[in-house]
Ligand binder design. Structure first.
Ligand code: 4NP
Length: 144
């Protein structure tokens, strides 16, 4: 799960998917990272922590980190939140097989829309949570 800061959207996406993985007794690995290293080592944003907790998910074990080249190898899917994330992650890819792993997370719902960055904006964290929850539900159903 990849966003810009790895403190708002992708930590939520990681927490939501992990919760569904556990509920479905799957043995998938999920992690998250940012395209920037601006918040390296930090906890998720308190607004993400709170909306997750309201939905029974604890994301306080997560710490922000920047994406690394090895992530492209290590993971089958590189799920990005928006078009800018996608372009930034594609720069790490060396061939078509790697580029095909980079998918905008909302495309699983049949839409190509971006998950809006809630850090500065008006678009609330609860809306982001609901979008990601819907996308993760599709991902589980699609790959289970
Ligand atoms: P995220 O949100 O990419 O969903 O983690 C942001 C967090 C921090 C900043 C931008 C977006 N920032 O500019 O520091």
């Amino acid at each position: 799960m990849i966003c810009l800061g790895n403190i708002c959207r992708s930590p939520l996406a990681e927490g939501i998917l992990r919760d569904k993985i556990n509920r479905n007794n799957l043995e998938w690995e999920v992690d998250s990272a940012g395209t920037s290293g601006w918040h390296n080592g930090e906890l998720p944003d308190s607004r993400s922590i709170n909306v997750a907790l309201e939905n029974g998910i604890d994301i306080t074990g997560q710490r922000s980190r920047k994406i690394r080249s090895i992530d492209i190898d290590n993971f089958d899917l590189l799920l990005v939140m928006d078009e800018k994330n996608k372009q930034d992650v594609l720069k790490y890819c060396q061939n078509e097989i790697e580029r095909k792993k980079v998918i905008k997370i909302m495309s699983f719902t049949g839409q190509q829309s971006d998950v809006p960055d809630p850090y500065f904006g008006e678009f609330g964290f609860e809306n982001v949570f609901n979008m990601l929850d819907e996308a993760c539900e599709y991902i589980i159903k699609n790959y289970m």
